[in-house]
Design a binder for this molecule. Sequence first.
Ligand code: KIV
Length: 271
Amino acid sequence: MSIYNETIKVTVNTLKQMKQNGQKIAMVTCYDYSSAKILDSTSIDAVLVGDSAANVMAGYETTLPITLDEMIIYAASVVRGCKRAMVVVDMPFGTYQGDAREASKNAVEIMKRTGAQAVKIEGGKEIEESYKAILATGIPIMAHLGLTPQSINKFGGYGLRAKEDAEAEILLQNALLAEKLGCFSVVLEKIPTQLAEKVTQSLQIPTIGIGAGNVCDGQVLVFQDVLGINEGFKPKFLRKYSNIAEQIRTAINNYSKDVKSGDFPNAQEQY
Ligand code: KIV
């Protein structure tokens, strides 16, 4: 087992420095304390408490139903487990898009009640005022462009975004705007690699890709997907590093068998 030795807390500055040094940033999602503790003992740089919790933790079809309070419970648990890795929290659907004052109030609520280091929000120019209001409170923002799952009903599906020149140009302009406003990083989800490369080269701040090729400054994947817990999800961009679902099934079947046969607990396992 490899335990990452670095004990210094990862911050926005670490990630910016990593881009300057040409070091890739590794990020993964997490939603609970026990997993966060394990992640914190690896070489992962940052942990995202994604609103993908709506899918993988709560079983919803989309990310839209998850609430601010639910995200705060997940995020506070993750923060308690991460002494070293940076923790970024997704602001859920409806908490930052409409009204900039509401957006900053909700971002402050997340930071106060979780102890996280930054928030992530989906969108560009159309939510410029929310970006400004949140950044004005001193809260760092990771912007999210390309396939933004909170807009799924506008897109009508989870397909590749920005294939056409017009959408690609808007995405590039939104990434430049995010940097100009003061965001510390930009997630690029499910866009052509060539566009991700252009965006990455145009920005001083790091890009974190998911389905955006190896040209980004870092990568992010969902915990349950990387580990093979979310068995049915098999997009082209995903590499599975384990088959935990099968291991859980084997272990729990063995436990169940031992309980039913009377083998567990044995003499050494009782008082
Ligand atoms: O919610 C999430 O997990 C995300 C990542 C996939 C980028 O936004």
